[in-house]
Every structure is written in C-alpha cells, then in structure tokens.
Ligand binder design. Sequence first.
Ligand code: UD1
Ligand code: CA
Length: 450
Amino acid sequence: MSKRSCLSIILAAGEGTRMKSSKPKVLHEIAGLPMVAHVVAAARSAGGGDVAVVVGHGADAVRNALTRLSPAPETFVQAERLGTGHAVLAARAAIERGHDDVLVMFGDTPLIEADVLSEARAQLAKGAAVVVVGFRPASPAGYGRLIVVDGKLVAIREDKDASDAEKQIGFCNGGLMAIAGKHALSLLDKVGNANAKGEYYLTDIVGIAAEAGLDVVATEASAASVLGINNRAELAEAEGIWQQRRRREAMLSGVTLVAPETVYFSHDTEIGQDTLVEPNVWFGPGVKVAAGARIHAFCHIEGASIATGCDVGPFARLRPGADLHEKAKVGNFCEVKKATVEKGAKVNHLTYVGDARVGAGANIGAGTVTCNYDGYSKFFTDIGEGAFVGSNSSLVAPVSIGNGAYVASGSVITESVPEDALAFGRARQKTLPGKGKSLRELRASAAAKK
Ligand code: UD1
Ligand code: CA
C-alpha cells in the first residue's frame, strides 16, 4: 500500500429524481448497505485515507446514515447544484490540508472496487497529475467521452457538448478521478461553466491539465465497476452484480453453494469454510455462520449467529438475536428470535422460540410456542439442559423449565417446572366405551329425517 496520503471525496449531492423515492438516491441499499457506504468502504480499502462526502439534497438523512459508519466520514454541503467541479470544491477545506492524492468518486456508483482506485493512485505515484478511469459502455450516450490524441488523453467532452464525430467515441468517463493533491485546487479553480449545461464540470480539469503540460492518464475499468445508479432497475442490476461477486468470493473461500444464484448475502455476512448452503437462502444483515454448518433450503436468516456443526432448516427463520451454539438444530417451520439454543439442543419442527434460552441437549417438541408477549411487554423463558418439552406445548413466560424436566405434550405451562420434574398442564383424558358408535347413530338418524 502506498505511503502517500490520500483524501477521498465522494459526491452525493444529487437529487436522484428518477428513483421516484422519498429518500435520497445514495441511501438506497445494495446488500442492505446504502450505496454511499459501499463507496466509502471501497475508498477505505484502497487506503483512501480521509473520506469526505459532499451532501446536498437530503443532507440530514445522508449525514445521519454516515454517522453509523466507523469512523464516520466528514461531510461538506454543496448548497446549490452547480456541477461536479463545483461539488468537489465544497470540500475545499479538506483539499487545503494538502494530501498527496485526491480521489473523486460518485456516491451513486456503488460497485467501484478497491483495486480500480489503487491503480489510479499508482498512476499518481508515477507522476500523473490527473487520472481518469475510463470504461467502454454498451451504449456511450450520456457519458463524457475521452478525447485521446496521439495516445494521450487531452480532454473529456460531455455528451451534451460533443460533436457528432466525438459522439462516436466509445471510451467514456466512468466518473472516477484521481488528482495529484499539489495540483488539485489550481486545476479546479480554473473550471468555468461555459458549456451546454451551464455547469462547472469536474471533467474540464483534464483539458486544463493537458494544456498546462501536466501528465494526464486514462486507465480502464469494467463497465460493472463504474455502473451508475439512476433508477430502481439499475439498482437491481447493481444488486445482482454485487451478489454474483459475493457468491463467488464465498465459494472460493470454501463455502459450498449448491445453487449460488439463489443465495443472497448481506454486505456483512460472515460464513465459514465447509459450510453448505442449499438453494434459496436469504442472509439479512448481521449474520455470522461458523465453519462446517449446514443451511438447508428456504431459510431466512438475519442478525443471527450459527456455530460449527449446526443444522438449520429447511424453511427456518432466524431473527435478530438468534444464537445457535455448536451442533444445535433448528428445523423446518421454526422461528427463533433473541434466543440462545445451546450445544446440541434440538428445535426441529413447527416451533416458535423467542426471548428464551434452550439449554444444551434439550429437545423441544413439534409445535411448541414460547408465549413471550402480552401485548405490552416481552418475557423470558428459560429451558434447562436436557429438558424435554412435549409437542404442542405453550410455555407462558416468564417461566422456567428446570434441567432434565419433562413437559407433557399439549401442556400450557404457566408455572415454573423444577429440575427433573414432570409437568402436565392439560385436562385429563376421559374415554367412554361404545359412546362413539351411539353418537354416530344419533347423528345419522337426525340427518335422515331432514
Ligand atoms: C458525469 C460525468 C461524465 C461521466 C458520468 C459517469 C461530469 C461533468 N460528467 O456525468 O463525464 O461519463 O458522470 O457516470 O462530471 N453531483 C453533485 N453535485 C453537482 C452535480 C453532481 O454532487 O452539482 C454528483 C451527483 O449526485 C452524482 C455525481 O455527482 O453522484 C455525477 O453527477 P451527474 O449529474 O450524474 O453527472 P453525469 O451527467 O452523469
Ligand atoms: Ca450520472
């Protein structure tokens, strides 16, 4: 990693009206994380140093989302939307601190990869004054074209200002730029707004630098890594690309995905080697899966921790605070919320365990429900080690079941059960010999009279 100091400026003042949304564009999420936070993360992993975000439309909401990052990036306000060059200068105070490298990124380009940024910085280290990350889109309309003369980048022409000949150029500006810190302010201050949009174009610094005899370089990135998001169709496209990358990374790190295209990860999913994930599994935010677990088909998992050797699903829902210790089992149509399922415990069928502890080796029968809520407050259920809860039981919290205790099937347990006790919480069965037959005859003759 370069020893040069770096400032990353992320432009996020745009309105994004084509998202048709009440929230600012850059707060729309990819893999559960706002787009702008993806850009911050890429900047940081490329050694992007100090990160400054230029906010405008929806400034408070964007700032608020950024405070959740650690460390939170600095923000600057661009009060009027006068163009990308003007937006960069909103962070003038940060630029004046005199970093070696200044990276400029867009908050709506969430798939930018750290190595694209690192490559641009490497060009600065070799003496370039300005580095432009170019790409070749399927259709160049709308993008700034890179004007290359005798192998040298001499200008960027914005679509609206381009001649017909220039519009034929397929090599375009991806929107990412690296500027040598010592030239940054003098270049930016020379940008004017005499163009088709009447905006201060950041891209004009390329021509300004080239005319001043400074070294200007274009690198090339894949179209995916500079994909800009303007509407929700592009948002979904970016999500798809992100998921593809993450699945591949998971598989290369030793996770088996039987049908990778059906597994959805979150930005922060951690998943260990030799874990097997069957088709159609959703990982929401905050999930940690250790090595050697099995996640069967159709599970929905968020905010949960799954230890080694656990078996989850098919059709299990793990909600925030589900903490499965080694070799625990949570089977089909079970929901676990804010509950610990200790080592080797089994919650296998049609069960709700919420605000609870299930002790090591305990067995929870089919259809058990921890009744944890009275409409106002939540209460805790504690199930001891090796306890056995018979099928179709309701455990009305607050309540505890002692170690090794038995709960008879179909019980409604409202009082705590001591260690090793057997509790029945249901009416006794009454059996009347022959009464079934006489009842049937009675019903049949009544029906015949109708
Ligand atoms: C920009 C580039 C173009 C490039 C394209 C890549 C310029 C002048 N043009 O065009 O060469 O091919 O991106 O997608 O830079 N923003 C502000 N304040 C402003 C204006 C913009 O913060 O006053 C932010 C926007 O929120 C957005 C980014 O800058 O995140 C780019 O602005 P946008 O208007 O989308 O630029 P393009 O016309 O797409
Ligand atoms: Ca754009």
